[in-house]
Design a binder for this molecule. Structure first.
Ligand code: ADP
Ligand code: MG
Length: 243
């Protein structure tokens, strides 16, 4: 197994709040890791450290071979390999759908225009948004925005894509379309780390399940085992509320 992300004794504080407590965790190539847990437990903090959106206070965090805790590490190099999909899409509102997908490959990867557009259209096709290529984000629905955001990530050909509650801001009827696209991403063999409340996704698409609470990994197991027999009282209590 090839590790893509490795936490070694990682701690993170917000002032006095101990948000990540001595995290030791290795995520390997090809895994689809779902992270579930109560609100405020530190899931976003955990996933945002993985591409340097949050800094850690101690320990080592090796992402695609580089230690994020090392000041000499160039974060932009790492972000080429680490995509991120947010709850609120974070599309560029003043750019078209197509431009949203072509912008980073053009600027960061210096991909030539023709090839860039071809690759972007191919991914927009995959997520069912090719016919909206020239629309602006405000002209499409939340679910459609999220599918564009996923196409945008895919177009960078990252080693791993991080998802922080990608369906939590969506109307219920749009959730499944986005989950279907995420399933497609998983089928491509792209490593995924997904903070989610979608237990169906965690159970059926995920290859590994992390139950996170109060800044700690409480369970880290195969999804089917977790859902059949959660080990901890806190996980049982959480599941009783969400299922
Ligand atoms: P989750 O994603 O599981 O809901 P978060 O990682 O967002 O949890 O938050 C974990 C804890 O850290 C919460 O108590 C939250 O209030 C706190 N927190 C998150 N971001 C910040 C911040 N930028 N400054 C101070 N406290 C924060
Ligand atoms: Mg969160």
């Amino acid at each position: 197994m090839t590790p893509i992300i490795e936490f070694r004794d990682v701690n993170k504080y917000y002032g006095k709040l101990h948000a990540l407590k001595n995290i030791n965790l290795t995520i390997n190539e090809g895994e689809v890791v779902s992270i579930i847990g109560p609100s405020g437990s530190g899931k976003s903090t955990l996933i945002r450290t993985m591409n340097g959106l949050e800094r850690i206070n101690s320990g080592q965090l090796i992402v695609t071979g580089h230690d994020l805790a090392d000041k000499a590490t160039d974060i932009n190099k790492i972000r080429k390999n680490v995509g991120m999909v947010f709850q609120n899409f974070n599309l560029y509102e003043n750019h078209t759908v197509l431009e949203n997908v072509t912008l980073a490959p053009k600027i960061v990867l210096k991909r030539p225009d023709d090839e860039n557009k071809e690759i972007a259209m191919r991914y927009l096709e995959k997520v069912g948004m090719a016919d909206k290529a020239n629309a602006y984000p405000r002209q499409v629905s939340g679910g459609q925005k999220q599918r564009v955001a996923i196409a945008r990530s895919l177009a960078m050909h990252p080693k791993v894509i991080l998802f922080d509650e990608p369906t939590s801001a969506l109307d219920p009827e749009m959730i499944q379309d986005v989950l279907d696209v995420m399933k497609y991403v998983a089928e491509q063999g792209i490593t995924m780390v997904v903070v989610t409340h979608e237990m169906g996704f965690a159970r059926k698409v995920g290859t590994r399940l992390i139950f996170f609470d109060k800044g700690e990994v409480l369970e880290d197991r195969k999804p089917e085992e977790f859902f059949a027999h959660p080990d901890t009282e806190r996980a049982r209590d959480f599941l009783s509320k969400v299922i």
